[in-house]
Design a protein around this ligand. Sequence first.
Ligand code: KL2
Length: 368
Amino acid sequence: MSYNILSQKLLHDNVHLYKHCSLPILKWNYRLRNIMKEIQRHNADILCLQEVQEDHYETQVKPSLESLGYHCEYKKRTGNKVDGCAVVFKQASFSLVSCHPVEYFKPDIPLLDRDNVGLVLLLKPKLEKGITNHLCVANTHLLYNTRRGDIKLTQLGLLLAEISHVSKQSDGSTCPVVLCGDFNAVPWSPLYRFIRERKLEYHGIPVGKVSGQDEKRKGQRILSVPLWPQCLGISQQCQYEDPSPSSIRSGEGSRINSRSCIEHSLNLTSAYSHHSSKRGRPEITTRGHSRRAMTVDYIFYSPTSRDTSLNSESDGLQLLARLALFDEIDLHTISGLPNANNSSDHLPLLACFRMPNLQASCEYENRF
Ligand code: KL2
């Protein structure tokens, strides 16, 4: 499950967005009760939560989830921000191999001056049979600012480098990855296409067009080349690189950097198709009313060859089912987000996967 639960501090800071709501349904304890009920009802093995406020996490969210049998990991945003990302998993289903918080704030790099974070976990499934492929689970909440696609893409580049590193197995292959979060970018935007297509030619793209959140065209500067400076230590292929003086001297870095192209090595597709099967209209994961309703939350995963309609052996995940989202008509019917029953300005996304080589089926199989 991926779920942005709307931190109470951010609700308070942007209260103009919630004028359609009565005050009692905006109170934290009211919302928490609904959010916990929703989590309990879906009973997911793994939760990736965003906008989890630290004080609420420590005193309420973590204790409640632990009492449901979950192990909880948390990474707060940096600076003076009070919320962050949590990755939570059923202790009966997985054990923790390693936990990797990722900070996108870099004091020496002017571009990276925002407090967003990611959290990457390596999990070992607790299976009766001895198949021991690990699972890499990543969660993030990228920068909201609709005009700063340059920062969003660089934050994503940092996360992808960490995921590539963590998911690499001793035999050189990559374990399956589930990448969840609130990416603050819409389907088929340049940022979204970069994740799915592993490559983005970014020459000439205006910074405000990277995420597709803003339909209005504004006179804007275009993405600069290279997107991020070499001193970040991340190659344009989104891999950690050794910033050794010899590679800089040989001119290798500058040759790579002069191309307006970023790439990554992870095979990722989306668990959702971004249009509802009911009416074929765009699915929405957030808001409506005071702000345009859209999809900004995703569950990306490493697909099996079956899901990519190739006919060869693969060790990816097979998508078995997903929880339906709403379209704009549904959203109107429930009078926007949040409402008395849906207590965040986002909806939860939920997908069920079959692990590689595993014959067991889940109770949701084929219930799309
Ligand atoms: O869209 V969001 O909501 O993914 O749920 O992510 C950000 C926004 C979140 C964290 O920064 O706070 C919300 N107008 C509307 N919403 C805002 C604004 C804003 N100016 N700034 C932050 N958020």
